[in-house]
Design a protein around this ligand. Structure first.
Ligand code: ZN
Ligand code: ZN
Length: 217
């Protein structure tokens, strides 16, 4: 007989058979009314910035706001190998994402091979796998690569980030004739990464790029 040991909630420490207990789960900061296009918190359906300069992606959906405790959970999922929390985040994403038009494929934002070796996994791949399990939308891990290992972009301005990311990604000529793809990312901050990746995909003939991320700044 397998003995099921009681565990404790990752957030509050209370006894819980789930990685996060039900009260903590109910308190997570779900992302509210946001700009349809870039996903930033906004009362208008399209924010001023996106009206002025529409981004290369059409819709952004963020399931959570990047606030406590989501920041702590993502940090654990990314840097402390906490795959239980990573899978939970993926499951919550899958349960909350909505789409009218079914996209052809999910593309996790790739990590540079060097960073992938250090970390051992790409958190965006794991999130995408959970979404595939719920939606049946296929994933392609192979079609794009990150060839430029940019240093931490945190201290850079939005413009500097974009310049820094030029030629950071390559997309192989794909034969699948995708019209509509979705980029999967863990955290969307300025959106510089997904913007660059969306531009590269559009050059290969993809008509529509959406972004689904776990958390939005
Ligand atoms: Zn708890
Ligand atoms: Zn916007």
């Amino acid at each position: 007989m397998k003995l099921i040991l009681p565990q404790s909630c990752f957030l509050c420490g209370d006894t819980s058979t789930l990685p996060i207990c039900a009260p903590c789960l109910a308190d997570l900061p779900y992302h509210d009314t946001a700009c349809l296009s870039c996903g930033i918190l906004e009362e208008e359906s399209i924010c001023y910035q996106c009206q002025k300069e529409p981004p290369p992606y059409t819709h952004t959906q963020a399931v959570f706001s990047y606030l406590y405790p989501i920041d702590k959970m993502i940090h654990a999922a990314k840097f402390s190998q906490n795959l239980v929390i990573l899978n939970l985040l993926g499951k919550l994403m899958a349960q909350h994402l909505r789409f009218e038009q079914r996209p052809d494929v999910l593309i996790p934002v790739p990590l540079h091979p060097q960073r992938l070796r250090q970390r051992g996994y790409n958190q965006s791949n794991e999130l995408a796998k959970c979404i595939t399990k719920y939606t049946g939308i296929p994933i392609d891990y192979q079609v794009c690569q990150r060839i430029k290992n940019t240093v931490s972009q945190r201290t850079l301005s939005a413009k500097q980030r974009q310049i820094n990311l030029q030629d950071a990604f390559i997309v192989q000529q794909h034969t699948k004739k995708w019209q509509h793809i979705v980029l999967i990312d863990d955290v969307m901050r300025t959106g510089a990464n997904v913007k660059e990746l969306a531009l590269v995909f559009k050059k290969t003939g993809v008509q529509r790029v959406d972004v689904w991320c776990c958390a939005r700044r």
